[in-house]
Design a protein. Sequence first.
Length: 150
Amino acid sequence: MRRYTTNYTWLLLIFLVGCSTISQEKVRDIDRKIGELSQASQTLEKKIDDLSRSVSLLVSDGNELHNELDVTKTTCKDNQQKIEDVAIVIKNIDNRIECMGADFKAAGEEMDKRLDGLEKDEIELSNRLEIMKFDMRGADREKTASPALP
């Protein structure tokens, strides 16, 4: 039995040494894998931090663009209102110009009529003056011819 005990003891020792060797290799593998995973997780953490900064910048830029868009919309509405006001003023001015044009046209026609009347009166006065001059010459001739006859 002793013999079996020695053999079993040796087998047990060999088994334990083998198991401890296998365990140490597994521990080294596990430690190496833990180190790799640790490095990978640190790299991922850095990437996540970079991405979160990028997302924060994007959100900030998006908010600024949104605010600028609101300002632009407000400005656009103000400009559109001003354009509408200018269009109304232009329409009023156009109406006034049309009315003034009609008034000037009527005044021009009236002036033309008056000028025509004045031209006719001038011609008539000129004719009368000529007749008067003719009559005066004829009367002077008669006066000069009358005293010589008696």
